[in-house]
Design a protein around this ligand. Structure first.
Ligand SMILES: *[C@@H]1O[C@H](CO)[C@@H](O)[C@H](O)[C@H]1NC(C)=O
Ligand SMILES: *[C@@H]1O[C@H](CO)[C@@H](O)[C@H](O)[C@H]1NC(C)=O
Length: 395
């Protein structure tokens, strides 16, 4: 009885202590942020430092310079979904969530973002609700992947930089519907972290898609002659002016051109957002016309029944009419028993008689008082008339 009381008192004391001296730093919750994106196109969300900076309501002097780090994961899961990546180069720079959602990612993904102020240890949480819609036209059939040697992945993620890149791409691939499909750091493809020398960058792959065919310039850069020159360490055949320079250093030998055929799965059912539109009522699917189930029912029921009846008849016939010894059927049961009895009795008598008349000695084991272990035999048959002299336990 004493222990629970003590425990209760202790818990109350600890709670009172906690109320008077809050030891946990402040935790702020930001309103949800909703974004939407299409499949087959790069999705980029910038984790702005300023937004979380405002949430940390402290009167810290060097407010703008406080280092902030982020942690992002799928709600109720420990990690990000497979298609989404996170990068932040430095606590003084924004973080980015980026990736290319595919048809399997259509739907809503809720990402929990947690920001830490590394000076005050305050935290701020925000829910990022990403809705992925299927691209109306499906996947672009023509895709080219450029390796930019003088950039890090986060430099190509801001929309402004992607636009500059697309303008440069339009110079060599004369199309106006170019869009960025994917951005990947070379580190994610087995590349090496560059030496910490000024100006050295990891390198980044940028995949650009279009509905129109590749220009002759791009085709020439991936021709067998160009590949041969690349294998010799030379630049590929240049049939056009490199409009990427000097912003982007394209490694022309690593250019990949891809022609994607529309997959038959694109013709499947159209995915909605999963949310009923405003004012729209749920329309249940139209009624299925009633089908005539009687033939199926009859076949399922009658065929096994008929087979069972046939088998019954066959078995009955075999049991009743085809039995052996039918002619003796009129013999009464008691007569049969009597015949059996007399036969057994006669046979036994005959056997006994035969056993008595044979002149070989009886087997030892059939004689009484036979010691199984020693084989010693005390034959009581010709024994003395006084049976009391026979030892009960033979030595
Ligand atoms: C985008 O790039 C990432 C990293 O290389 C890769 O895992 C993913 O499959 C790519 N997605 C598409 C649609 O190309
Ligand atoms: C670029 O291509 C060359 C061969 O053409 C290859 O050796 C090199 O590893 C590639 N670089 C990257 C970063 O993929």
């Amino acid at each position: 009885m004493e222990v629970p009381k003590l425990l209760r008192a202790w818990v109350l004391a600890v709670m009172a202590l906690g109320e008077s001296q809050p030891t946990l730093p402040n935790h702020h919750v930001l309103p949800n942020h909703r974004v939407s994106s299409e499949t087959g196109a790069i999705f980029v969300h910038e984790l702005e430092r300023e937004l979380f900076q405002d949430a940390f309501l402290t009167g810290h002097e060097d407010d703008g310079a406080a280092p902030i780090t982020f942690q992002a994961h799928l709600q109720d899961h420990p990690d990000l979904p497979r298609w989404l990546r996170y990068i932040q180069r430095d606590p003084h720079q924004p973080g980015y969530l980026y990736g290319c959602p595919m048809a399997t990612e259509v739907g809503t993904h809720t990402i929990e973002v947690l920001a830490y102020n590394r000076h005050t240890y305050e935290t701020a949480a925000q829910h990022l609700v990403i809705t992925i819609f299927p691209a109306p036209g499906g996947e672009p059939p023509y895709q080219g992947e450029f390796l930019v040697g003088n950039r890090n992945v986060e430099e190509l993620l801001p929309a402004a930089m992607r636009d500059i890149f697309l303008q440069a791409t339009a110079g060599v691939w004369e199309r106006d519907d170019l869009h960025v499909i994917n951005v990947t750091s070379t580190l994610d493809r087995g590349g090496r972290v560059p030496l910490p020398i000024e100006g050295r960058k990891e390198g980044v792959y940028v995949k650009v898609g279009s509905r129109g065919a590749f220009s002759s310039c791009l085709a020439a850069a991936t021709s067998p002659q160009s590949r041969f020159r690349c294998s010799l360490g030379q630049q590929p055949l240049a049939s056009c002016y490199d409009t990427f320079a000097p912003h982007f250093t394209i490694r022309w030998c690593n250019l990949t051109l891809l022609q994607v055929w529309p997959s038959p799965t694109a013709l499947g059912p159209v995915w909605g957002s999963g949310v009923l539109e405003e004012g729209g009522d749920f329309q249940p699917p139209t009624e299925v016309p009633p089908q005539d189930l009687l033939p199926g029912y009859l076949v399922t029921l009658l065929v096994p029944l008929a087979v069972a009846a046939l088998l019954c008849l066959l078995l009955g016939h075999l049991m009743c009419c085809r039995r052996e010894g039918v002619q003796k059927r009129d013999l009464e049961t008691s007569d049969i028993q009597l015949v059996h009895h007399t036969t057994i009795h006669g046979d036994t008598e005959e056997l006994r008689h035969m056993a008595r008349s044979r002149d070989v000695p009886r087997p030892l084991s059939t004689l009484p008082m036979f010691n199984i272990r020693t084989g010693q035999r005390i034959n009581p048959m010709p024994g003395p008339p006084d049976g009391a002299c026979v030892p009960l336990l033979p030595q």
